[in-house]
Design a protein around this ligand. Structure first.
Ligand code: ZN
Ligand code: ZN
Length: 642
C-alpha cells in the first residue's frame, strides 16, 4: 500500500503500482475526465505513470498553467505528425512550447506556405478525432542512438538530453517522436488549435547551419478561448504602435540609423508630459537629478565589469587615439559624480536620478519599432545609502513605482525576483545578504512574487515589475537592483557616525525602463487614444461657417490662455470634414461653434469615442479640461452639471 497526499492535505491509501489515471478515477469521474497529466512529488509525469511509494500528488488539468503547456506541446507533436503525413520527406528537429502556443522546426526542401496551413490543420483534426493513445516508451541512450542512426537532428537532441534513459512518445502505433514528455494521455484531449505562421530559423540559431522552417501554432482549451485569442491578435494589429506612430506623426525610423528612433514634435509632447510627471514624483520622493556623458573611456568599463560581462552589447569609438565606449548603462557615470566630492552618512540616503541616453547593440532581426531599439533613454536612478537603510529604500522604491503605474491604468502588475546568474561579480555572502534584503522588502509590502533563479544582473539580485496592458500582454517595465559590488570596485566611501570610512550600498532603479519603449506600449495600450494630459493636441475649435470665425478665434484665445494645447480650424471645408480630420488625429475634444454658440457664449463639445455632444459655457469647459489634466484622468466624459 502507498499513502497519497493530495493538494488539499487529504490522504488516500492505494495499492502499489496504481497509475495516476486510476488514482484520478478513484478521486472522481469528473477529475479523471479533465486530467491531462499529474505532478508526482513535484515532477510532471504522464497519467500512465505508476505510484510505487508514498507520494504527494496533484492531478493536472487544462485549468493549470502546466496542463495548458502540456496540451500545447502535444499539439506540436500532432502538427509534426500532420506535416510528416503530407510531406513524408520531412525531418523533424524540435518542437517546444512558447507563450500562447508552440512551434516545430523542420527540415524540408519544399517551402510550406500560408495556403498549406488549412491542409495541416485538417490532418491535425483527423489525428485528434481518432483519439489515439499517446504512449511513452523508454530505452537506453545507446539503443536510442542506434534507433535514430542517420538522423543528425535527433541524434543531436539525444546527446543534448544528457540522460541514460531516453523516451519516445507515439500516437497509437503510428507516429513516434523522441521527447522528454510528459504528454496528454491521448490525441483526443487536444483543445482548439490553429497553425499561425512559418518563418526561417537556423539550427540552434547558428547562421552557418542550414536554414530550417519554423512552423508556429497556437492552442487553447476551448474554441471560445482560441477565438478570443485570435481577436486579441487582430486588435493588437489594429493598435500596432508602428502604424499609429506614422498615422499620428509621432516618430519615425530611417535607414541612416537602424534602431534609432526619430521622435517628431508631437511625439516629444507626449515624451515631455511623461518626463514632467516622472520628475514631479521623483522630486516628491527626494531625488536630485544629474546628467552624465554618453561616451567615456574604455578603462572605466573594465573597472565597472561591463567589459567582461556586457561587451557584446556595447558600441566603441576612438578619440585622439584613446579608446572610448558608448554607455550601455548610466551607473558608472553616476558613480563618478558621487566620487567628485566627500560624503557623510548625514547625506544618506542620497537619491540620484538621471534620464540617461544609452546605446545597446541589438541584432537587426530582433528590432521592433520602439519596443526594441539600439538607443534609448532610461529613467535611471541610483540610491547610495548605509546597509541599514537598504530595506526601507527598496520599500519606498516599490511604492514610488506603483504610484507612477497607477496613473496609466494598467490592468495588473506583478513582481519577479531574480537571483544570482552564472556570470556575476561579488562573493556568495554578499549576494545572499542582497537577495534577502529584496525578499524582506517585498514581504513588508505583502507583495506576492515569482522567483527567477539565476536571472539577476551581473552585479546584484533584482526585482522586476511586469504590467499587463489592456490586451493582457505582459511587459517588463521597472526594476530595482541591489548592488554591493560596484561601489567597492569604484572605491566609493562615506564617513560614518564613528568617523570611519565605509563603502555605501547602491540601489539601481528604473520605473519606466526605456522612454521609447514605454511610449510604444502606451500607444498600443490606449490604441492611440491618449488621455488628455498626454495628447499632443488636446482640443480644437471647428467652425460651421466663416460667419463665426471671430467667435472661434475668441474661444481659441481662451483655450490658449488656459494653457491647453489647442488648435482652430477656420478652413472653408464642411464641418463634417473638419470633424473627420480631427477624429483621425484622435483628438480628445472638438469644440464646434456656430451662430447659436456665439450668441450664448457656449461651445458644442464632441468627446472622443462618444456619440452625444454636449453644449456647455466656454468657462465650464475650461474648468473641466484643466481638472482632467491636473488629475491625469484617462476618462474624457463629463456631465454638464459638474
Ligand atoms: Zn515533445
Ligand atoms: Zn545603475
Amino acid at each position: 500500500m502507498a499513502k497519497v497526499t493530495l493538494p488539499d492535505g487529504s490522504t488516500l491509501e492505494i495499492s502499489d503500482g496504481t497509475t495516476l489515471r486510476e488514482l484520478a478515477e478513484q478521486i472522481g469521474a469528473g477529475l479523471a475526465k479533465a486530467a491531462v497529466a499529474a505532478k508526482l512529488n513535484g515532477h510532471l509525469v504522464d497519467l500512465s505513470s505508476p505510484i510505487t511509494a508514498d507520494a504527494a500528488v496533484k492531478i493536472i488539468t487544462l485549468k493549470d498553467e502546466e496542463g495548458l503547456e502540456i496540451m500545447r506541446h502535444s499539439c506540436a507533436h500532432i502538427m509534426a505528425e500532420a506535416i510528416c503525413t503530407i510531406w513524408p520527406e520531412t525531418k523533424l528537429v524540435y518542437g517546444p512550447t512558447i507563450e500562447d502556443g508552440f512551434y516545430y522546426d523542420i527540415d524540408l526542401d519544399e517551402t510550406i506556405r500560408p495556403e498549406d496551413f488549412q491542409r495541416i490543420e485538417e490532418k491535425m483534426r483527423e489525428i485528434v478525432k481518432s483519439d489515439k493513445p499517446i504512449v511513452r516508451k523508454e530505452m537506453t541512450q545507446t539503443e536510442a542512438l542506434d534507433k535514430l542512426a542517420g538522423d543528425k537532428y535527433k541524434i543531436d537532441n539525444i546527446k543534448r538530453a544528457g540522460s541514460d534513459t531516453i523516451s519516445f512518445y507515439s500516437h497509437g502505433d503510428g507516429f513516434e517522436d523522441l521527447c522528454r514528455g510528459p504528454h496528454l494521455p491521448s490525441t483526443g484531449k487536444a483543445g482548439s488549435f490553429k497553425v499561425m505562421s512559418v518563418a526561417g530559423a537556423y539550427w540552434h540559431g547558428d547562421p552557418t547551419q542550414k536554414m530550417l522552417q519554423r512552423v508556429y501554432g497556437t492552442a487553447w482549451p476551448t474554441k471560445k478561448e482560441l477565438d478570443e485569442y485570435l481577436s486579441r491578435l487582430e486588435e493588437a494589429k489594429r493598435r500596432d504602435h508602428r502604424v499609429l506612430g506614422k498615422q499620428l506623426d509621432l516618430f519615425s525610423f530611417n535607414e541612416a540609423g537602424p534602431g534609432f528612433a526619430f521622435i517628431h514634435s508631437k511625439g516629444m509632447i507626449i515624451w515631455n508630459a511623461i518626463v514632467d510627471f516622472w520628475r514631479g514624483v521623483h522630486r516628491k520622493y527626494g531625488y536630485q537629478e544629474i546628467k552624465t556623458p554618453v561616451i567615456l573611456k574604455e578603462e572605466l568599463w573594465h573597472r565597472s565589469g561591463h567589459w567582461d560581462n556586457y561587451k557584446e552589447s556595447m558600441y566603441f569609438t576612438t578619440v585622439d587615439g584613446v579608446n572610448y565606449a558608448v554607455k550601455p548603462m548610466n551607473c558608472p557615470g553616476g558613480l563618478l559624480v558621487y566620487k567628485s566630492s566627500k560624503h557623510s552618512y548625514r547625506e544618506f540616503p542620497m537619491r540620484i536620478a538621471e534620464l540617461g541616453l544609452v546605446h545597446r547593440y541589438e541584432a537587426s532581426g530582433v528590432m521592433h519599432g520602439l519596443f526594441r531599439v539600439r538607443q534609448f533613454t532610461q529613467d535611471d536612478t541610483h540610491i547610495f545609502c548605509t546597509p541599514e537603510q537598504v530595506e526601507s529604500e527598496i520599500i519606498k522604491g516599490i511604492e514610488l513605482t506603483f504610484e507612477i503605474y497607477k496613473v496609466f491604468e494598467f490592468e495588473d502588475c506583478h513582481i519577479e525576483l531574480s537571483t544570482k546568474p552564472e556570470k556575476h561579480i561579488g562573493s556568495d555572502e554578499v549576494w545572499e545578504v542582497a537577495t534577502d534584503a529584496l525578499k524582506n522588502a517585498l514581504g513588508h509590502e505583502s507583495i506576492e512574487y515569482k522567483i527567477n533563479e539565476g536571472d539577476g544582473a551581473f552585479y546584484g539580485p533584482k526585482i522586476d515589475f511586469h504590467i499587463k496592458d489592456c490586451l493582457k500582454r505582459s511587459w517588463q517595465l521597472g526594476t530595482i537592483q541591489l548592488d554591493f559590488s560596484m561601489p567597492q570596485r569604484f572605491g566609493l566611501v562615506y564617513t560614518d557616525k564613528d568617523n570611519t570610512e565605509k563603502t555605501p550600498a547602491m540601489i539601481h532603479k528604473a520605473v519606466l525602463g526605456s522612454y521609447e519603449r514605454f511610449i510604444g506600449i502606451l500607444i498600443e495600450h490606449y490604441a492611440g487614444n491618449l488621455p488628455l494630459w498626454l495628447s499632443p493636441q488636446q482640443v480644437r475649435v471647428l467652425t460651421i461657417s466663416e460667419k463665426t470665425n471671430d467667435y472661434a478665434k475668441l474661444v481659441h484665445q481662451k483655450l490658449k490662455d488656459a494653457q491647453l494645447r489647442c488648435g482652430c480650424d477656420l478652413t472653408d471645408e464642411k464641418v463634417n470634414a473638419k470633424i473627420a480630420k480631427a477624429h483621425a488625429e484622435k483628438l480628445p475634444y472638438m469644440l464646434v461653434v456656430g451662430p447659436k454658440e456665439a450668441q450664448s457664449n457656449t461651445v458644442n463639445v464632441r468627446i472622443r469615442g462618444e456619440k452625444e455632444t454636449k453644449m456647455v459655457k466656454i468657462e465650464q469647459f475650461l474648468g473641466i479640461a484643466k481638472q482632467k489634466i491636473a488629475d491625469k484622468k484617462v476618462d474624457l466624459t463629463f456631465s454638464e452639471t459638474t
